[in-house]
Design a protein around this ligand. Structure first.
Ligand code: PLP
Length: 397
């Protein structure tokens, strides 16, 4: 049968990078000693009050069609939280519930991009951006972060990438895979450019609740950015709710109307019981305390991994200020990220992600997710130490 050309756009070149992850998860079914550090799915259960509220809602008959944009009490709460955090004046009319930040990214891309547009994406970037952009007919233009300076914004590279076709700038802050947060002055630089060239800004903030140090800044709160910024967020990471698909977009009311029309033919709204669970996640003191406990645990794990890697002179880490990932430069072993990850898996049964999946600039890196318990993390550190014993310094000359 014949398929639509868009099927090409969603194939992506990043699929190979997941090979090790798929191999590791398959092998783990037979061999429990395999350690999977390649995926960003929290190892915690969703806090009980959230689950209970979904069950209660279902038992109470909350099984019907819903308002497409989402329920008022939930949208009001999301709007109030966003306004409290970043200062942007918003109401529920600026908020639409969608099936995770992923669905919000896809739907928004469909509403703001078209064939011929160019989208500047700060790289390394989350893997699905490419397909979401290409599906619209637009082109992803990679703008590498400054790899020599802990992946901070390369202002010059961003400036140089702008053409008269540029329509939008996409980024995640904090970033997956680097855990780096854009500073207020970097965001102001992006904002000034966006205003000058009349660009949309897609700010993916799904890790904004998993911060260890520093201040998270939402670009939407900067002067004159409200009309052109779409802020994406979800409960996937903050509340260990990846399977619930509870996410949202916050943006100008006109965009929310377009997203609502799209949702009508794509999703027909987020299920009512998921929305009730989401409201509980954002309001119940016990659920919030558990989410905070998860954040503290991630921070402890990050510190554990950093102290393991800091003892390896051939490995250098990008210090993550947030998220659940650690990006490690392996080039001094003489290998790139892909070869290193393959060898680590073959020899030590540890699955990590070659970071080339996130962009060419990260080809010498691996991404490690710390979504396993302390025992597995300690075991992984010991195996990495043993693995590294075979390498000697490669001259850079
Ligand atoms: C940067 C980033 N954005 C979006 C998503 C998708 O999140 P959600 O589960 O809310 O769709 C992820 C998931 O890993 C992510 O890392």
């Amino acid at each position: 049968m014949r398929y639509a050309p868009l099927t090409q756009a969603i194939q992506g070149e990043t699929v190979d990078a997941w090979d090790i992850h798929f191999k590791a998860t398959a092998l783990k079914e037979q061999d429990p000693s395999v350690i999977v550090l390649s995926i960003g799915d929290p190892d915690f259960d969703t806090p009980a009050p959230i689950v209970e509220s979904a069950v209660k809602s279902l038992r109470g008959g909350d099984t019907h069609y819903v308002d497409i944009e989402g329920r008022d009490h939930l949208r009001n709460k999301i709007a109030a939280d966003h306004q409290g955090r970043c200062g942007q004046q918003v109401t529920k009319d600026n908020v639409i519930l969608l099936a995770g930040a992923q669905n919000a990214l896809f739907a928004t891309s469909m509403c703001i991009l078209e064939a011929g547009d160019e989208v500047l994406v700060l790289q390394p970037n989350y893997v699905t951006y490419e397909a979401c952009i290409q599906l619209t007919g637009a082109k992803l233009v990679p703008v590498s972060m400054d790899v020599d300076h802990d992946f901070c914004l390369d202002e010059n590279a961003l400036l140089q990438a702008i053409t008269d076709k540029t329509k939008a700038i996409y980024f995640a802050t904090p970033s997956n895979p680097s855990g780096v947060m854009l500073t207020k002055s970097e965001l102001q630089f992006i904002a000034d450019l966006a205003i000058k060239h009349d660009l949309w800004v897609m700010s993916d903030e799904v890790y904004s609740h998993t911060i260890f140090e520093g201040e998270h800044v939402s670009i939407a709160g900067l002067d004159n950015m409200a009309e052109r910024t779409v802020t994406l967020n979800s409960l996937s990471k903050s509340h260990a709710m990846t399977g619930w698909r509870a996410g949202w977009a916050i943006g100008p009311t006109e965009l929310i109307c377009h997203l609502s029309n799209l949702s009508l033919c794509m999703l027909y709204g987020l299920p009512g019981f998921v929305q009730e669970a989401a409201y509980t996640a954002l309001t119940d003191p016990n659920a919030l305390a558990e989410a905070e406990q998860m954040r503290v645990t991630y921070q402890r794990r990050r510190d554990r991994l950093l102290s393991c890697f800091n003892q390896q002179p051939l490995l250098t880490c990008v210090p993550p200020k947030a998220s659940m990932f650690l990006l490690v430069n392996v080039s001094q072993t003489g290998l790139d990220g892909q070869a290193f990850a393959e060898m680590l898996f073959e020899q030590q049964k540890i699955g990590v992600l070659p970071a080339t999946a996130f962009g060419e600039c990260a080809a010498n890196y691996i991404r490690i997710s710390y979504v396993v318990d302390d025992k597995q993390l300690d075991d992984a550190c010991a195996r990495i130490e043993a693995f590294m014993a075979q390498f000697t310094q490669v001259s850079n000359e």
